[in-house]
Write a protein that binds this ligand. Structure first.
Ligand code: TYM
Length: 345
């Protein structure tokens, strides 16, 4: 399947990532993705797309899709992504993504897609009712990344398998078309304390937009009261907070809340535990965590509301971003078509 001695990619370093416009962003999206987007814009050229093509793999109301696309763009900016430094655009406005995705569908193997755990999780026992797009979703994701020859992809832990598939597709394309370093083998940037934020109701399940319980997640639209209420009710066990990280083992809810505190405050988990060791969760840990969440997320949601009050400003940023993105993607697709042997390429 893969060439054991890949030639290192010699092109420029570039970042690509995306978020689906399928509902309110939650704390997992913020810590697992947005915070990293902001950090990366100082280090290399960054492209951040709103992946509306991915969103329609499951039914989306057309009017809601447009407004949610603007909301995600507003969230990027409100979190600190600067449109003067990074390219922000809607995926569907750059047709090169779908063009490359078709070629990649002919490179990827069925067996590779059969192994994708997200498809299995999303469809459960009703695979036959899922759209074909949901099945080939990770191939489009590979095209999103490789159409910019991106080398770095900031994402949460749940995207690791899709990134491995992207690398496999890149490697097989380079091998099959005898273009040893045409596509880079992109690196998933999953490290950091926010890589896997869990549900507030179940420390073994990922915090997710699709969880039926609103109490399972903190969203960017929650106000201070909602945040305080959700943290107060967040599931914990009856034991007090431990004095060291070892004491978090086998206590997924405790581990998650301490992890969230660490990710938001910039402190280590050991430092947090040193402050609260021996106390019950409700004593001062949960109130302090709620305050910290309000302090960090409040300004982001306030800025989002301000930006969304004038959608023309967001639309101008998206249109400009799409143009800049196409300028990078078009020559890559042109070269890809030449390598494949398409007439006129
Ligand atoms: P999506 O829209 O589900 O999530 C957006 C980002 O949020 C991260 N994330 C989390 N991080 C930590 N803890 C959690 N509980 C949590 N939940 C979500 C995700 O890892 C992601 O980084 N397939 C992607 C979108 C996509 C993409 C791409 C990403 C399409 N093309 C190209 C990178 C590059 C997705 O569904 O993300």
């Amino acid at each position: 399947m893969t060439d054991p001695t890949p030639v290192p990619y010699a092109g420029p370093e570039r970042v690509l990532s995306g978020v689906q416009p399928t509902g309110d962003l939650h704390l997992g999206n913020y810590l697992g993705a947005l915070v990293k987007f902001v950090a990366m814009q100082e280090r290399m050229q960054c492209l951040y797309c709103v992946v509306d093509l991915h969103a329609i793999t499951q039914w989306q109301d057309p009017k809601a899709l447009i407004s949610q696309t603007r909301e995600i763009a507003a969230a990027y900016i409100a979190a600190g992504v600067d449109p003067k430094k990074a390219i922000i655009f809607p995926q569907s406005a750059v047709p090169e993504h779908t063009e490359l995705a078709w070629i990649f569908q002919c490179v990827a193997r069925l067996g590779w897609l059969d192994r994708m755990t997200q498809f299995k999780e999303k469809t459960g026992k009703h695979k036959e009712r899922a759209s074909v797009g949901l099945y080939t979703y990770p191939v489009l994701q590979a095209a999103d990344i490789l159409v910019y020859q991106a080398t770095h992809v900031p994402v949460g832990e749940d995207q690791r398998q899709h990134l491995e598939l992207t690398r496999d597709i890149a490697q097989k394309f380079n091998h099959d078309f005898e273009a040893p370093n045409f596509f880079p083998l992109p690196q998933a940037m999953v490290e950091g304390p926010g890589a896997r934020i869990m549900s507030l109701r179940d420390g073994t399940a990922k915090m997710s937009k699709s969880d039926p319980s609103d109490a399972s997640r903190i969203t960017l639209t929650d106000d201070a009261d909602a945040i305080a209420g959700k943290i107060r009710k967040a599931k914990t066990d009856p034991e007090p907070l431990p004095s060291d990280e070892e004491g978090l083992k086998g206590r997924p809810e405790a581990e998650n809340l301490v992890g969230i505190f660490a990710a938001l405050s910039g402190q280590t988990r050991a430092q947090i535990l040193a402050t609260y060791a021996g106390q019950g969760f409700g004593q001062s840990f949960k109130p302090d965590l709620a305050n910290l969440l309000v302090e960090k997320l409040g300004p982001v949601s306030g800025e989002m509301r301000r930006l969304l009050a004038d959608p023309s400003q967001i639309d101008a940023i998206l249109a400009d971003g799409a143009q800049q993105a196409r300028a990078i993607a078009a020559p890559v697709v042109a070269q890809t078509k030449k390598l494949v042997g398409f007439w006129g390429a």
